[in-house]
Write a protein that binds this ligand. Structure first.
Ligand code: ATP
Ligand code: MG
Length: 252
C-alpha cells in the first residue's frame, strides 16, 4: 500500500517543510520506504536534507524534460529518497497558466515510481497556486500543519474549499488526512485556546500528537539533517517519531 500525502497550508512559516522533512525521516527510521517530493521553489526541503537540486529536478519532470525515475535520488538517509526542487520550479506558475490538463502532471509523473514507496510526502509552497493544486491532485490525503497562534484558522476555509474543488474535479478520493498543531507551547494560554478551537472545529481529524516549539528543530536544517540525526533526544525528535507512529496506526 502506498500513501501520498501533501503538506499544505497557504499560510507561510507554519511548519510544512519542517514536518515534511522530519515526518519523512521518522517514517524512514521506522523502516518504511519514503519519497520526499519538494514541490516548493524555495527548495527548503531539498536543502534541509543537505541536498542540492542538481538536474534533473522537479521542474524538469513537470515540463516533461525528465522522468521522475531519473530525478529521484537517495537522500543519504536509509529508506529515504528525494525528488528535489529549486527556484526554476516557479516557472510552473506562469507556464501552466492557460495550458490544458496540467493538473494531473505530478500525479502522472509519480505513477511509475510510487509503488516503490510506502509513503510519498509532498512539501507545498505557501500559496494555493498551480504547485499546490498539482500536489493535491497527486495526493490521497492532505496533512495541514497549523501554527498555534491567534490567526491559525485564517485561510483554512480557503484551503478546505480548494481541497473540495480538486476532489470534485480531479481527485475524488482526496481527504484531509490530519491537522497537525505545530510550535506548540503549553505554557501559553494562547496555545491552549487555539488548540481548543482547532479540536472543536476539526474533531478527530486533528492528530493527538502535537509538535512543541523546539529550537533544535529550527537548527537542524542549517546542518542539512533531519532532527532524528541532529538531536535524537530533543523534544522535536520525540514529537515527529510519535507523529509517524500515529500516522502508521491510522492507516491500518
Ligand atoms: P513556508 O510557508 O515558507 O514554506 P513552512 O510552512 O514550510 O514555511 P517551516 O519552514 O517548516 O514552515 O518553518 C518556519 C520556520 O519555523 C523555520 O525557520 C523553522 O525552522 C521554524 N520551525 C518550524 N517548526 C518549528 C518548531 N516546532 N519549533 C521551533 N521552530 C520551528
Ligand atoms: Mg516550506
Amino acid at each position: 500500500m502506498t500513501r501520498i500525502l501533501a503538506l499544505a497550508n497557504q499560510k507561510g512559516g507554519v511548519g510544512k517543510t519542517t514536518t515534511a522533512i522530519n515526518l519523512a525521516a521518522a517514517l524512514a527510521a521506522l523502516e518504511h520506504r519514503v519519497l520526499l517530493v519538494d514541490c516548493d521553489p524555495q527548495g527548503n526541503a531539498t536543502r534541509g536534507l543537505g541536498a542540492e537540486a542538481t538536474a534533473p529536478h522537479l521542474y524538469q519532470v513537470l515540463v516533461g524534460e525528465a522522468t521522475a525515475e531519473a530525478a529521484v535520488r537517495p537522500s543519504g538517509f536509509p529508506h529515504l529518497d528525494l525528488l528535489p526542487a529549486n527556484r526554476e520550479l516557479v516557472g510552473v506558475e506562469v507556464e501552466f497558466a492557460g495550458l490544458e490538463g496540467w493538473q494531473g502532471r505530478l500525479r502522472d509523473a509519480l505513477a511509475p515510481i510510487a509503488r516503490r514507496y510506502e509513503y510519498l510526502l509532498i512539501d507545498c509552497p505557501p500559496s494555493l497556486g498551480h504547485l499546490t493544486v498539482l500536489a493535491l491532485v497527486a495526493a490521497d490525503g492532505v496533512l495541514v500543519p497549523l501554527q498555534c497562534e491567534y490567526f491559525a484558522l485564517e485561510g483554512v476555509s480557503e484551503l478546505v474549499a480548494t481541497i473540495a474543488r480538486v476532489s470534485g474535479s480531479f481527485n475524488p478520493g482526496l481527504e484531509i488526512a490530519g491537522i497537525l498543531l505545530t510550535m506548540y507551547d503549553d505554557r501559553m494560554n494562547l496555545t491552549r485556546d487555539v488548540e481548543r478551537e482547532i479540536r472543536t472545529h476539526f474533531a478527530d481529524r486533528a492528530f493527538t500528537t502535537v509538535v512543541p516549539r523546539n529550537v533544535r528543530l529550527a537548527e537542524a536544517p542549517s546542518h542539512g539533517l533531519p532532527i532524528l540525526q541532529y538531536d535524537i533526544k530533543s523534544r522535536g525528535a520525540e514529537a515527529y517519531l510519535a507523529l509517524a507512529r500515529e500516522l502508521l496506526e491510522d492507516s491500518r
